[in-house]
Design a protein around this ligand. Sequence first.
Ligand code: PLP
Length: 498
Amino acid sequence: MLFNSTRNNTLKVSSAQAIKQGLSNEGGLFVPEFFPQVSLEEINSLVNKKYVDIAKFVLSKYLTDFTEEELELCINSAYTKEKFGSDKIAPLYKLNNDTFFIELWHGPTCAFKDMALQILPYLLTVSAKKTGEDKLITILVATSGDTGKAALEGFKDVDGTKIIVFYPKDGVSDIQKLQMVTQAGENVFVSGVDGNFDDAQNGVKKLFTDEDFKKELFDSNIVFSSANSINFGRLVPQVVYYFSSYIQLLENGMVSLGDKINVVVPTGNFGNILAAYYAKMMGLPIDKLICASNSNNVLTDFINTGVYDKNRAFNLTSSPSMDILISSNLERLLYELSDKDDKLITEYMSQLQSSGKYKVSDAILNKVKTNFYGGYCDDTTTAKVIKETFESYGYLIDTHTAVAKAVYDKYVEETGDKKISVIASTASPYKFLNSVITAVDETYDTDKDDFTKLQDLSEKSNTSVPDALGGLKGKSVRFSGVCEKEQMKDIVKTALDM
Ligand SMILES: *Cc1c(COP(=O)(O)O)cnc(C)c1O
C-alpha cells in the first residue's frame, strides 16, 4: 500500500513517510491508493477477538511497510487495560433494541481523541526510524483544552520524543488547566500563554515556519513535528472501532452477518466520520453515515446543498470540540467522491482559501447524499436530549454525544429508517461538567468549585467520577509558568536545553 496526496495523485509514499511528514508538501492530505477489501468471512473471524486483534487486522491493511512486530509494539503499547479501564477499550452500550453507543472515552483523558493519540506517538517513532530519521522528535501543540492533554498523555515517556504544550492562560477550564499543569512524564513541558487560543496557535505556527530556528534545531539534532488531526496516523486507528462496533453487535446477536447498520457521529474536523466512511468502503456493512453538527452547521448545509461556505458567524456552544468552521478532513472525502481528481480538489481548496467557499459538482453532491445525512441541533435541544436520555434510560451522555443523539432522532423521524444504529459517544459526561449537570438539574448552582461539581454529578447520576478527573485533586503543579506571546521561542529553547 502506498499513499497519494489529495492534491497530487501521482505522488507515492510509504505509510511511514506519510505519518512522519503529516502533510504533503503541496498542502494536500495523504490518502491510501485504494481501500483494502474485507470479506464478511474475515469480519466473522474477528468475533470474540480482542480490540487489539481487530486493531492489528485493520492497521496491517494500510501500514503494509510496518513489520508484524512493529505493529504489535504500537498497538499493545497504546491499547492497554491500565489506560482504558478494561481490555474492551471501546465498549458498546445498548440503549434500546435499535440504538447503541460506542463509548470512545475510556482512555486517560476521558475523550475520544485518546483513541488516536495513544497510538500516534508509537506510529510516529516507528515511522521516523523506518525512514532513517534519528533526531529527537519534538511535538509542539497549541491547545484550546482537550487536544493538549490527550497529546501529553500519548507522548509522555515515549522514547525519542519530547512534547511542549502551550495553552491560553484564561482560555481553558479549571479542570483542563489542572490536567495539563500536573502532567507527569520526563519528556513533557507545559506553559500558559498570556493571550487567547489564536495567540498561542499563531505563536506555534510561527515557530514551525521559522527557518533560522529550524536550522538551529537541526544542528542540535532536533526536528519539530505535529500531532495534528490530519495526520494519517490519527485517522487509521479510528477505523478500528467501527469494525469493533459491528463485531460487538454480532457477538450480542443484534445483527446477522451482512446486515447493514447506520453510524451517527458528532462532527467537527470530519476525522471521526471519515474513518467510518473508510470502514464502509472497506466492506463493513454500513448504510447511512449520519453527520451531526451543533449550531456551527457548515457541514449540514454542505451535505444538503453542495455548497461549503465558512462565511458565517462562529458560535461558542456547549459542545466546544465541534466549534469548527473548516473541517479539514472533508478534503479526503471529496478526493474519493471526485474519483481522485486532484486538480479539482486543488481548485476547491484554493477557492476556500480565497473566498471562504466552494460548490461541488452535482455528481459529487449526489454521492455525498447517497452516503451521508446531515443535521444539526442547538444548545437548548442538546440539554433537552441529555435530560431525556437520562430520565428515560438512566444513561448519562455528554454534550457532543447528545448532539449526535438529537440528529439521529430527527433522522429516524424524517425517514422512518429504524435500522440498528451506532452512535459515537465521544466524551465522558464528567468532562463537560457544567453543561451536563445543568441539563439534568436546571436549578443547580454552578458557583461551586469543579471538584464539588464532580461529586454532585456522581451522586445525581449514580455513576463514579473517572479517576483521571477525580484524581487531580491534591496533585502537585509541575508547570506553573505563563509566558508572553513573544517569549514562546525562549520557552521552547529552555524546554529543549538549548
Ligand atoms: C474532537 C471531538 C469531536 C469531533 O471529532 P472530529 O473528528 O473533529 O469530527 C467530537 N466530540 C469530541 C468530544 C471531540 O473531542
